[in-house]
Structure formats: structure tokens, C-alpha cells
Ligand binder design. Sequence first.
Ligand code: PXL
Length: 244
Amino acid sequence: MIVMSIAGVDPSGGAGIFADLKTFQAIGVYGTGIVTALTAQNPYKFFSTLPVSPDYIEEQIDSVLDEYKVEYIKTGMLYSPEIIRLVSKKIKQYKLKAVVDPVMVATSGGDLTKEDIAKAMNKYLLPEAILTTPNIAEAEKLTNLKIFSKEDAIKASENIICDNIITGGHLDGINTIRIDSEVSIVKQELIDTDNLHGTGCNLSSAIVAYLAKNNDLNTSIVKALDYVYEGIKNGNYGTLIARI
Ligand code: PXL
């Protein structure tokens, strides 16, 4: 089973495409990686971003898919509306099943997008996705709704234009899942830690890995939530892993 991440590089390894590849490996699928941008950052501080041109992103995708049969992909940091359009085109061209992590702002406050890209996500990418995995802030941007409660999250989930999970790290651990117009809630205990850098990246790549291993969408989401939860509990993310 070969999967693909189309995402940015976090050189400190907790988030971005390096994290995706580690998660693919941990769950037992072969990961390929298309780089959309380099960043200079660590879990505490974000320095700068150097995007890759859409043409060169296209060349990377074609070079891999020319040889490898890939069914499931995830997208992470896409940086600009131009890159979003290109990725949307490639998803259609290769009939890829895409889990979209609508990355907009880094936890560290870094520059992961050039401008407000929620509009481009809604217009070009989400209509082609099998699932999107926003956190509360990203779900608010995608829907123009404010989320303060479980009811607000359900309403936002129903307003996102594809199947989705709105992650509940900033809503008392309440994860809101909508698959085929059916909403369900998976509540997780919150763990008292600040080592959360990259948890969103790892969640979407774990979902893709479980899908590639023939789990259905709901099972893949639930297993991925558990995978990330165990990772947080064991201090696998961000700063703690860097101390090993
Ligand atoms: O978690 C969002 C994210 C995605 N991609 C890259 C990142 C981050 C967060 O820091 O650095 C490259």
C-alpha cells in the first residue's frame, strides 16, 4: 500500500511532511512525499517560509505517480491559492482519494499560508476531498461561523462542503464527525501538555494510513484519533520527542 503526503517541511520533524512519513511508517504503509514549501522553525519559534513553485510541485507529483499506484493521499500546508488549484487538478487527474488537512495557521503562529486561503479551499479543494480535518479555528474560517459549543460544532460540520471531522482539542475534547450527512461525536479526555505541535498533521496522515489498510472511513478516523491520543500521552510530539 503506497500513500502520499502533499505538504510542507517542518525541519524540527514534529509537524509537516516528515511527521506524516513517520506516521505512515508507524502504521505500516509506504509513504511518498511531495514538498509544497520549506519552513525554518522549531516547536517554539517560526522563522520563515520558502514555497515551491506550482510547476515544480506538479513535476514531483507526476514523477511519483508515473511509477507508483497511489489511491489515498493527504494534503497539509499548501500555502497559496495557486498551489491549492494545482493540487485540486492533480486529484482529479489521478482520481486520488484525498484527506485534506486545511492548514492555515501554525500553533506557533507561523506563516503557513500566504493569505486567507479558506475561499480557495472551499472552491477548489474540498469539493474533491473525501474528508477534511479542521480544528476549531480552521472550521470557523471555512464556514464563517463561530464555535463555542458542541451545538456550534455540529452546525459548522453540517456547513462544511465535504465529509469532515472537526477536532476537539480546543472544545473540551469533543470531536465532531460528519460522514454522509450523519453526525457523530467522539469525546476524548484532554491531556495536560503543551507538546501538541504536529498533532493535526499526524491525525490526517494516520487516517490515510488506516484507509489504505482497508478500514472504512469512520473506523479509520476513530483509530487515528486513538493513535494521536496515545502519541500525546507518550510525549511523541513536538518538544518532547526532540529531547530523546
Ligand atoms: O500543523 C500544521 C502544520 C503543517 N505543516 C507544517 C507545519 C505545521 C505546523 O507547524 O509546520 C509544515
